[in-house]
Structures are given as C-alpha cells and as structure tokens.
Design a protein. Structure first.
Lengths: 276, 322
C-alpha cells in the first residue's frame, strides 16, 4: 500500500490509539486533458490577479473572506490553527451508535486506519468490540486545518474511517413532489414484492459489475495509441488571431479619433430625429 | 368584463386603450391590462434605456401562443406626438424605415396596448446612430448547460474585462441567457466595437475552455456549454431592452442583476436550468424588486468607458506567447 496520507491518534475515554490513514477508494474516472481541437495545444488555466492583471504564483496566494462587498479579511494557516487549538491530528470519538441508525447518505469517503506498533492491541480491542455490538463510533476528526465528522467502522481486519457529511450539507427532499404513503392496492404490492423476490441475491458481489464505459473508452484509447504515433502537439501560434485583431482595433480607434476631429469642424451628423 | 375601449390619462396624454381583458399569456392568465400596468409601473427604470434607440416591436395581437410579427416601421395609427427617427436602408425592401423612439411614458403604454410584448432596441441612440453606446455579449446557454456554468462563464467575461480595466453590467435576457454589457464613451464606431467584442470573446474562449463556445451553428455547439455571441454588435442589430417582458409562459422579464447575485448563482450546487431561475422575475414579481433595488444599470452605474486604455492593457496581457 502507498504511504500514509496522515498520521495521528484515535482518542476515546482515556485510551489513545496511534494510527495512520490510508486511501481506501480510488476513483477510476477517466481523466482527460483539454486540448485545442485545431492544433492539440494544451488548454492552460492561469490564476490572474484582478488588480494588476498578472499571473500569481501559489506562494503569493492567501485566503480572504469577503465580509463586505470588496472588503476582505486575510487568513493564514497560523490563523486557522489559532482558532482551533485542538486542531491537531486526532480522531476524537464522541459516541457510539448502531450502524443501521445512520442514513447511508451521510457517508462520504472511506479511509483505512492502520495502527502503529504500540497501538495494535487497543486497535484490535476497539475493532472487535464494535463488531460484536454492531456499533460504529462517531468521531470528530481534524485533518490538517479542517474538521470533519466521521464514523469509525470495523471492516474485516481493518478499522475504516469514513468521512461523513455534516447535517447542513444534506439537501432536504421536502421540496420534491413525492407521492405520500397512502394505502396501495394489496394486489399490486404483492406483485411488486414478488418481482423483488425473484431478482434477489444472498450476497452483494460488486465484482459482477463492470464499468463498461471505462473499459470501452480505454480499449479505444489503447487502439488509437497503438495504431498511430501519438500526435505531437503542434507548437501553437495560439494567440496569433487575437494579436492581429488587436492591431485592427488599434487602427480602428485611431480612425475614429481622426473622424471625431473632422466632425468637430464640420457637423456631419447625418441622421436626424424628427417629430413627424 | 371591462369595456372594449377605455380612455386613460397617462402623463400628459389621453390614451385610448382597447381590450384590456384580452389574455396574452393563456397558461398564466395575464392580460393586456397586466402588460400595460407592468410597463407603466416600471417606466421610470425602463425609459432611460429606451430613450433615443430605434425600436423593433415584437407584437402578439392574439397572445403568446398566436401569430407574432416584428415591426420596424412605425405602426399605422400611431399618433403624431410619438417621437420617431427615419433611417435610410440601402439594402432593404424600402429605401428608408421610420422607427418608433420610446422616449416617454405615454409611448410606452401605447406600445403595450399594441401587444408589443418584447422591446428590441438598437445599441446606439439617435442622432448618433452610427456610434454604439455599449458593447453587448450575449451569453446563451446550451440545452444541458446548468445555471452554475452560465454564471461562471458570465463571471469569466466580467473578470476578463476587469483585467483590462473595464466594468461591465449584467442582466438576464428574460429567456435562458444573460447579457453582459459594457457602456462606451461616445465616438466609437460599430467597427471598433465589433473588433473589441471579438478580441474579448476569443480570449474568453481560450481562458474558459470547454464551458464556452463561439460556434455560430447551433447544431455544432456542445450542449453543456455557453454560446458567447459577440456578433450582436452592428448598425441595425438589436437586443432585448432591460425591463422588457418576454413572450414566454410566466411572462418573465429581462432583469438587471447585481454582480454579487451572479456570484451566488455560481456557487449553486443543484443543477438548475437558467430559464427556471430567471423566470422567477416576471411581470408580477419584478416591479417590487425594481422598486427595492432601483435601476442597477442607471445613473452612475452606467459608467461610459474608453477602449484605448483597455487595448493597451490587452496588448500587454493577452498577446504574450502562451
């Protein structure tokens, strides 16, 4: 497994379990680069300062909160730490709850927890206790400067830290037009249940499900890459068009200036407003 | 049932208004009387933007489901006191067209009485008809473009203009899209404005990548992108005036926005369609907003700007090799 993305400790009661955090899911979203269709030049994004109009390097970028239109309070990493002195690296367990009591919508992203040497025993205790009571731990987690809500769950030999949404991040379904729970005809319900029964399986086997789109696109890409030399991005005269237009604009402005000069001497407004 | 014809005093004129009960928006039940009431109520905000601009009327004599026609030539029977401007049209069917100028409240009410729901205006004013007084960027979202993408692109265009020292204004079209408008100092030609608009549009397309398209053929546009139309600049081209009503269900209204409102839309997580959001401002709800906010395009906010300095900045910022 890759290296830990974070190391800290699980705290509950007087017990501290030193742990490391590892990625548990990787997304196989296809990632593409954006290219200019005409010449396959890479599309660049620049962070431009709205005051001097120049690109800004990351080390000159700070976070600002707009408290009034155009008025900012600038906050640094130190400031964020200062407001939350507890914000070190910790998983503070607040309470335990049965897994079924949590709406799965709250779960966002899972990570593996691995104990360091001195934490192995306590780690195993927590994992087994959770598994046998069918509970999960609800914890406040601080990773770098941010606080998260999370659940600690047993998953086979591992404890999994699953980041959760805060309650205010969940959108209410109340605004949707949903049918109420009025009585449905027994006959139709029977049919629906039968259909579910016939399509039911004992275990969920995610391996059965293939991401066809991903496979097909990858096959296509591999074929293309094998079939022909990967096209080299042509060195683009990318901004040539704009530059030329700017020359045209400069000339046009010059002409309007001359014309205005002429207009002052001889009134040449051709169109007239007439009250018929 | 109101009598078919009533006489009403509007400003300094006695107007004869007809069929006020005629339903123009069948789904909503809004009538011609509602349309007249709306334009009368918002006239103080709408008129400064109509004044002196040749007007193309889009009329719906039988409501928005019925036949519609664009009328450039001033309609017959319009009283003599209504102001107008005659423009030669070298290429048209007629050798000249006389346009209505909606310079006062009675004219505005009279036009509403003709079921001229949508008011399309030139981007220049008489007598200086060859000098646009603003540059218009028409942002038209594709079918699958979300409100958020539209708002992000709108902000992108604003930020580009900001980079070269220019401050644009923004409004909804009342339909699906957004108009970004840059007021100009007098004396610029349409040719100048056109080239400037094209420079900004190309820079926007380069900067904002896939969320913007400059493709004029509808079928070739990516559906999730915003079509940035910079070719609405030209002698005789029109845009829907601010505060104009649209001939769509719900009777939405072209509404000037605060930039902070566009910023708020850019933070929306739900994939709302732009038209759904913009339809909330309609002939019933919008007047209250306008009375609360005042004319967001009016007075000092309509800051007439120079292009010379902007060009100098653009040459420095936008032309170094990528």
């Amino acid at each position: 497994m890759a290296h830990a993305i974070w190391s800290g400790a699980i705290n509950f009661g007087l017990v501290t379990i030193p742990v490391k955090l590892f990625t548990a899911v990787k997304s196989d979203d296809l990632s593409f680069n954006l290219l200019h269709a005409k010449d396959e030049g890479r599309i660049k994004y620049e962070r431009i300062c709205s005051v001097d109009g120049k690109p800004v390097p990351w080390d000159e970028i700070v976070k600002g909160y707009e408290f009034e239109k155009g008025e900012y309070v600038v906050l640094t990493d130190e400031d964020f730490k200062a407001v939350n002195p507890e914000a070190t690296q910790s998983v503070d367990i607040v309470e335990f709850v049965e897994l079924d009591k949590i709406n799965p919508m709250f779960f966002d992203k899972p990570y593996y927890l691995e104990p360091t040497k001195q934490g192995r025993h306590a780690y195993a205790l927590l994992r087994e206790a959770l598994a046998t009571t069918n509970r999960v731990a609800i914890a406040r987690v601080v990773i770098r400067t941010k606080e998260y809500l999370a659940a600690v769950k047993p998953s086979e030999d591992a404890l999994v830290l699953e980041l959760m949404h805060w309650a205010n991040e969940i959108v209410e379904a109340g605004t949707l037009e949903l049918p109420g729970r009025e009585k449905l005809p027994e006959q139709e319900m029977k049919m629906a249940r039968m259909l579910i029964d016939t399509m039911s399986v004992d275990e969920f086997e995610p391996e059965k499900f293939k991401n066809n789109y991903y496979d097909q696109v990858m096959t296509m890409i591999e074929a293309r890459a094998a079939g022909k030399e990967l096209p080299k991005p042509k060195k683009a005269p990318a901004r040539a068009k704009v530059v030329n237009l700017m020359d045209v604009l400069a000339q046009s402005l010059e002409e309007s200036k001359k014309r205005r000069g002429a207009e002052k001497s001889a009134s040449t407004r051709r169109r007239k407003t007439t009250a018929a | 049932m109101a009598p078919p014809r009533v006489t009403r005093r509007v400003g300094s004129r006695e107007l004869s208004l007809s069929n006020l009960d005629k339903v123009l928006w069948p789904k909503d039940g809004f009538t011609k009387g509602d349309l007249i009431d709306y334009y009368e109520r918002v006239a103080q905000y709408a008129l400064p933007h109509l004044k002196g601009r040749p007007l193309t009327l889009q009329r719906y004599p039988n409501g928005i489901g019925g036949e519609t026609f664009f009328e450039k030539q001033i309609p017959r029977g319009i009283p003599d006191w209504v102001e107008r401007v005659t423009v030669p049209t070298p290429s048209g069917l007629r050798s000249q067209i006389t346009f209505v100028l909606c310079n006062d409240l009675p004219t505005l009410v009279l036009l509403a009485n003709l079921a001229a729901i949508v008011l399309h205006v030139w981007t220049s004013r008489a007598p200086a008809l060859e000098e646009p007084d603003f540059v218009i960027f028409d942002l038209d979202p594709g079918e699958k473009c979300t409100l958020r993408t539209l708002a992000e692109v709108t902000l992108g265009v604003r930020d580009l203009l900001g980079e070269v020292g220019l401050k644009p204004l923004v409004k909804t079209t009342g339909g699906y899209g957004v108009h970004v408008v840059l007021p100009l100092r007098s004396g610029y030609s349409y040719d100048t404005a056109k080239v400037f608009a094209e420079i900004v549009a190309r820079q926007a397309a380069q900067r904002l990548g896939e969320s913007v398209t400059l493709q004029r053929t509808v079928a070739k546009r990516p559906q999730a992108a915003v079509y940035l139309d910079y070719v609405q600049v030209g002698l005789g081209k029109t845009i829907v005036a601010p505060y104009s009503v649209r001939a769509r269900d719900g009777a939405p209204v072209s509404t000037p926005l605060h930039w902070s409102e566009v910023e708020a839309l850019a933070r929306r997580r739900a994939p709302t369609a732009p038209a759904d959001e913009f339809a909330k401002m309609n002939i019933r709800t919008a007047p209250k907003r306008f009375e609360r906010e005042g004319d967001l395009w009016g007075g000092a906010l309509w800051k007439k700007q120079r292009l010379e300095g902007a060009l100098a900045k653009a040459q420095r910022l936008w032309s170094e090799p990528g």
